[in-house]
Design a protein around this ligand. Sequence first.
Ligand code: HEM
Length: 524
Amino acid sequence: MELRDAATLFLTACILCLVFLWERKQRRPRSKLPPGPIPLPLLGNLLQLRASGMLKPLMKMRARYGPVFTLHLGPRQVVFICSCEALKEALVDQAKEFSGRGVVTSLNKLFDGYGVVMANGDRWEQLRRFCTSTLRNFGTGKRSIEERIQDEAQYLVEEIRKTKGSPFDPTLVISHAISNVICSVVFGNRFDYTDQKFLHLMGIINDTFLELSSVWTMLYETFPSIVRYIPGPHHRIFGHYKALHDFITERLRMNQQTLDPSCPRDFIDSFLIKMEEEKQNPQNEFSTRNLVETTIQLFFAGTETTSSTLRYGFLLLVKYPEIQEKVQEEVDRVIGQNHSPAMNDRGRMPYTNAVIHEIQRFANIVPLGVPHKVTCDTHFQGYLLPKGTDVFPVLGAALWDPKYFKDPESFHPGHFLDEEGHFKKNDAFLPFSSGKRVCLGKSLALMELFLILTTILQRFTLKSPKLPQEIDLTPKASGFLNAPPDYKLHAIPREGGLESTIGEPWQTVEQDGGNDEPKAARHG
Ligand code: HEM
């Protein structure tokens, strides 16, 4: 036998031994995890999942194994929670046990447990408390968050007005406007719509969101040690992170040089002051690393989720012009044309409120939730999850549950209205998750969605260059996140005579002006 054959034989024997040991480890009854489909060696349950969207295969498994089941992502055992009731039981009734942040392999490599989104234990508690109170303080300071959003909505109107009714891709302007709101809190200033450096960062954030929605990220989650070495688009996230990191570090340096401890201008100043105050406390988590990573995470979390929701929203409004018309009718009646929409208008606008809720429900931007992990051995629904078990709170299972929403695959604002047309809450409306890790920017995002959507519809009628029935609502990518499809729209100014002076390609759009809800509005 030649040396090369012997080496090959030895290597094969080693691999077989490893597979055998791995299999045995899977079978060892180290806990009483929920049931689930039998995993294949090495691959786990990968073949049972689908690259084009995880929710459907997960719903099939729910029908077979119940709302809580275990899947093997390669060698990782992950518990999936797939019903509104089970989600509430875990995230609210057993909030402390389920409050750990689970593994997102690609993000863990970047953040290494730093920053409020990825932190655990005492670090997370200190950062979460600080972020919540600081965001609130900047919201109630000289200029409220509401005023900042109202101002930004006007800048957005002016930017959109420049398109003069020609078709445009709204992706970057919307991201820019939404990002400016969080920038004004975190950095103390907004960025102009022509700022090339900032536009580049918006492109990066958008691309990262797409990457996190892609099949590559799912593969990376499953086989990090292999996929890490395979060239592919998943590596782009690391370059993007570096660009964001450099940007934030530069801002941090600027703040340090000009800091006046008696007068914090923004989130970064407040953090720097806290770092100084806590210097003598050995347990304190107010380090430069936590400042940089938290800022990157606020910047990212505060931009792409809300702007993707709005982008889905505008697409739905051009597909269903009769719904858009009803929102405009309510805007005109309650707010009129002479003042900017304000949050206290929302209580008198049940239809608009229902439409915004339905946009969030239908768009289902974070379908699998952000992974949690249990912080101690946890008894749950008759099973025992050992400390550290990763748990996916599948928010999409609640948002698209036919038990709570009559026709979940349709865009139907009636899901949030009672017979008299009053706004109706729904327990399964969980786009921001729930419990101790509930989205930290929930109230900011709700304000942004209401104020920007109503301001745009107060000033413009949105139309598509396509016929409504040709508009495809299928997400562009669907993995951890659901990215809306690319599209263009026309924004036709509502006031003045501009409407008559521009070309009218949108006239091909059928408009019956009726008030009926759409009959069927399915993804795809
Ligand atoms: C429509 C917009 C948004 C949606 C759908 C959304 C959704 C979510 C979800 C599902 C989570 C995970 C919660 C969990 O772990 O169970 C989360 C966490 C988070 N969100 Fe949002 N979010 C939105 C906007 C924002 C905004 C504007 C900010 C800016 C401040 C923000 C900041 C955060 C942070 C910091 C966390 C981590 C909280 C923690 O781990 O303690 N989000 N968000």
